[in-house]
Design a protein. Sequence first.
Length: 287
Amino acid sequence: MDMAQLLLAALFILTIGLLVTLKMCSLQLDHRTAPLFISGWTLAGVAAVSPVYGHLLAPGWAALAAHPLWLSLAVLKGALLYALFVVSQALMKESLSSRHYVTPLSIGALTLFNAFCGEHLKPHEWFSALGLCALAAGFFLKGHLSDLDRRARFSYLFLVLLSAFLGTIDQIVTKGTNWFVLLLVSNIVLFGFSLAVNIRNLGVLKAALTHRSAALAGFFYAATELVKFYQQVSINPVSVVVTVQAMTKPVILLLSALIWKERTVKEQLVWGVLAFAVTLPLFLYGG
């Protein structure tokens, strides 16, 4: 196995580990701990790789300083990530498969939004976008999400819209700057915002900084992000990297059935394989 294959295998394992440990945290910890330990470990990871990617900071920051709108969007992303992680953990506590099924609909929504904004879509992109939306609608009505209460279904829709909006911010900001400065600024804002919101809640702060599950999930998050960025910049194509992460859907839905009894193994595998199959043309044929 060469380095490129090894990194893809590592990303596959890390992505599964991340989702499983976040599920553990959703069951054991206050949901408000997630933004703290995720941003804290991500900043530690950014510091660890700064000898390799630190050269991106100066030009990225110069671009942000020259375009206040981009800087505002980077700051806004950090604040919105707080809501994303808290609501995400609340939904994950009820249903890991429902939380993992946010991605198919958000990708479809983002693709459709870009089309209405003037972006030209190829036939396979329309197929995936509409297919993902239809599949997510089916999961909403017939999948494990349909077993949950109204509040959980509202959380699902909120996460879909927020994820699509954050994806739009990523496209706008990274197009003019780079991923390193966006990752740094957004997580500094997220960490600072999380501290400010929970400054009087010592229980949340202590759990986020010392609990074993929080440390494990934070490590998996930082490692997943860094392994992803490292290889898609210098070793593997972005489409291949994203495909590997998409391939985790059947595994995660299978684990959700086996461990947390979210519907049957057969049904969860069907939803997982369909999500991967409908998404695959976006990656096989590129943009």
